[in-house]
Design a binder for this molecule. Structure first.
Ligand code: NAP
Length: 523
């Protein structure tokens, strides 16, 4: 097999080992790439990154590293046609769904290149100003942020092989911290190709970027004190990661992005026929169908005033009827496939679980598919379920079906809507649609405690709003509780994870020397 996804560690592409995993085209079922199993040379590879990679990156200023990110973008842009082909073959996505991942990666890198350039040619970030510790004011304390001494290990989910790498790597590399990425095996090809292109272009110092494909075995054991770990994936795997002995023993700083039962609330003022109503319906449909609903931020629970339940159900269903589903190579297809047949089975099983307490309002499983063999392709059309009495529901607030599936839930009054949103026990995002700005701002604050992001939409911003599910690098991404408790991005806030904050205490004259090569870091 030519397309063997080799590991890149210690600045070297490793030899092929025995094939342990195959990657398949989720539409045709053909094998498209293979990987080995447990990686060899992890300890040495990690040490190489911590020493060679760190030293080279940290010899540069923030401004120089920001320029490096711009060079990475140029490499990715030069190869983007190949990325679209890989996404089509490996993720079964249409051109526009592949763009969410591929262009999203370049956009985020560009954002950090520009934001990082503004830090200038300095090597130290000051955190706030000095505090006086002695009565005569001569002895003071200045907090500084310095890059962590270790490496950043990313264990990523299958749904964003491009963006999932670069949204984490951009702030890490800008901070001066070397990266080791372990993409989810099922879609590892795109991540692998991007790393290979960047390595071949020589735009990053040796040791700054490494990749392990195929097996996570041994990765966590190779972590040491000062390393940081970022995991994106299911809540079940997150539990294993958090409780891993090396993570616990070495106090490895871990950022976890896991499942999320995101909600979208339609305001009471947004009756059928209003602009806010139409915007809400469009958004729910977009969230259900973009990347076949395989976005961690997708709307899973659509909360609507009970009196509008039937009108919303009808409006969403009729829009979904227009969504052609099947082979993304066919120009008539608007929604491609799920990522694998295994995921397809999970989604169908999940629909059955939800249907145990909710009514099937639109059953996508019976929709005809375009240009695919239904017993091979991982394709299923959008399914909408509904429950007027959401109080007595349990699984709709608890079971994430990672596909084109959402449940419509009735609420009695605005307080009830907020209470139902909280029943997700911590989500990445919720959105609220209304023309009443005063109610929106009050509701947004009430929702903020259990959500990483609250996205409010009024008719005024209907055309320019960035979308419920789109993660913008200027805003934080992550959520409390079930969502994993993580926090990424958020502009320069995203650099905090890759830095250590220390209090430097000394005389005014000593601390003044820090100002020579530093930038005052304020979020
Ligand atoms: P997953 O099965 O948990 O896998 C995620 C990653 O963890 C993969 O790279 C996987 O490698 C690796 N892994 C599996 N077992 C491991 C272990 N014992 N130790 C270390 N690594 C291990 O999740 P998934 O199926 O890829 O992703 C779907 C889930 O991710 C959904 O539930 C979704 O909500 C969540 N997600 C969350 C976000 C977010 O930002 N909050 C974003 C995207 C997805 P292999 O592939 O080799 O098994």
């Amino acid at each position: 097999m030519n397309n063997y996804l080799r590991n890149y560690l210690s600045g070297t592409w490793q030899q092929n080992a025995a094939v342990a995993h195959t990657l398949t085209d989720p539409v045709t079922g053909e094998t498209i790439a293979v990987t080995g199993g447990r990686a060899e040379g992890l300890d040495e590879g990690f040490e190489f990154a911590r020493t060679r990679g760190s030293a080279a990156l940290q010899a540069l200023t923030y401004g120089q590293r920001a320029a490096m990110l711009s060079d990475v973008v140029k490499v990715l842009q030069a190869n983007r046609d190949a990325y679209y082909e890989i996404a089509l073959a490996n993720s079964g996505t249409t051109q526009s769904d592949s763009a969410v991942d591929i262009e999203g990666a370049a956009f985020t890198l560009n954002y950090y290149a520009k934001t990082g350039a503004a830090l200038g040619d300095v090597r130290v970030l000051l955190d706030g100003s000095a505090s006086i510790l002695s009565k005569d004011q001569l002895f003071q304390s200045q907090h500084v942020l310095t890059p962590v001494h270790g490496l950043a290990l990313f264990i990523n989910a299958f749904n964003f092989p491009a963006w999932g790498l670069w949204e984490k790597a951009a702030p890490a590399l800008l901070s001066g911290v070397p990266v080791v990425v372990k993409p989810a095996t099922v879609t590892a090809w795109l991540t692998h190709r991007m790393v290979a292109d960047v390595v071949a272009a020589g735009v990053l110092p040796v040791g700054a970027l490494s990749i392990v494909c195929g097996s996570s075995a041994g990765l966590l054991d190779a972590l040491k004190p000062f390393d940081v770990l970022s995991f994106t994936g299911s809540a079940d795997t997150a539990v294993q990661i958090r409780s891993h002995a090396a993570v616990a023993r070495h106090s490895v700083r871990a950022n976890i992005e896991a499942d999320s039962l995101n909600s979208a609330i339609l305001g009471e003022d947004a009756a059928p026929g209003t602009e806010a109503f139409d915007l809400y319906v469009k958004e729910v449909v977009r969230e259900m169908t973009t990347k076949s609903g395989q976005r961690c931020t997708a709307i899973r629970r659509a909360l609507v005033p009970t009196q509008y339940f039937d009108a919303v159900a009808e409006a969403i269903s009729s829009r979904l009827d227009a969504v052609t589903v099947g082979n993304p190579r066919n120009a008539d297809v608007r929604m491609g496939s799920l990522v694998s047949r295994e995921q397809y089975n999970n989604v169908l099983g999940g629909i059955n679980i939800l249907a145990g307490e909710a009514t099937l309002l639109r059953d996508g499983r019976s929709q005809a598919l375009v240009d695919v063999a239904p017993d091979i392709a991982a394709c299923t059309a959008p399914t909408l379920l509904g429950l007027r009495d959401a109080d007595h529901a349990a699984v709709v607030h608890d079971h994430e079906v990672f596909g084109p599936v959402a449940t419509l839930l009735g609420y009695r009054n605005p307080d009830h809507a907020v209470a139902l949103a909280h029943r997700g026990l911590g989500s990445l995002v919720t959105s609220v649609f209304s023309a009443d700005e005063s109610w929106l701002s009050k509701t947004a604050l009430a929702l903020a405690g259990s959500h990483g992001r609250v996205h409010t939409v009024t008719p005024e911003v209907g055309k320019v709003q960035t979308g419920h599910g789109n993660v913008m690098p200027a805003s934080i991404h992550g959520g409390p509780g079930r969502a994993g408790g993580g926090e990424e991005l958020g502009g320069l806030r995203g650099l905090g994870f890759y830095h250590r904050r220390s209090a430097l205490q000394g005389s005014v004259a000593t601390l003044q020397h820090l100002a020579v090569d530093s930038h005052s870091f304020r979020n």
